[in-house]
Design a protein around this ligand. Structure first.
Ligand code: ZN
Length: 198
């Protein structure tokens, strides 16, 4: 990449470090940015820096939000006794899109993976346990059906079951290893309705 100026190389390197961006797309994006009007470049950089400065974890469910408490947790229309545990914000968004789930969420921000060295303390599990001291009727585990997702589900079950709280797992109509966000709404709802006791 030495054929480009140092500034362009730096931009390409930063873009290529983003998830899902290969070296070729990074180059294409870099040249696109260079050719953009100054105003648009400023809008882009401002969107990045202000999102970083203002977005934070919801104090209840740990999704990303602009407020202290996210709109779902703040809503009185939601059933706060039912908590659906998901791996990431994208999974939460997938269930929210169905418009049929009335409970609240808990976002783990990952899954337990001994292979990648991700343990229970590396995801928002302590925070989930802390929430269970409140009035909770059911915990629906909606982690992915990957090895990591199943390991996490079993771990949570072991933690919660002694507390006498109902623990359920979404049905495995969800393809193995499938990321929840790519699954259509009908399948998601069927998985939720067909959930089984753990
Ligand atoms: Zn929340």
């Amino acid at each position: 990449m030495d054929m480009y100026s140092g500034h362009i190389n730096r931009l390409i390197e930063e873009l290529a470090a983003l998830p899902g961006v290969g070296a070729k797309s990074a180059q294409r994006m870099a040249f696109h940015i260079i050719n953009m009007p100054q105003q648009r470049v400023e809008r882009l950089t401002d969107a990045i820096t202000s999102a970083k400065a203002n977005v934070r974890y919801c104090k209840e469910c740990y999704t990303l939000t602009d407020e202290e408490i996210c709109p779902v947790c703040a809503s009185v229309k939601r059933d706060h006794r039912t908590i659906m545990v998901v791996e990431n914000v994208r999974d939460l968004a997938a269930y929210e899109k169905t418009g049929k789930y009335e409970g609240v969420y808990h976002v783990l921000h990952g899954a337990i993976s001994p292979m990648l060295g991700i343990g229970p303390n590396d995801i928002k599990l302590k925070e989930l346990i802390a929430r269970l001291e409140g009035d909770v009727g059911e915990v629906i585990i909606a982690t992915n059906s990957s090895l990591e997702g199943e390991t996490t589900a079993m771990y949570i079950r072991k933690l919660i079951k002694p507390a006498g709280i109902r623990v359920t797992r979404i049905a495995s109509g969800v393809p193995v290893g499938g990321d929840l966000e790519y699954i259509d709404e009908v399948t998601l709802l069927r998985a939720l309705e067909g959930r089984t006791e753990l």
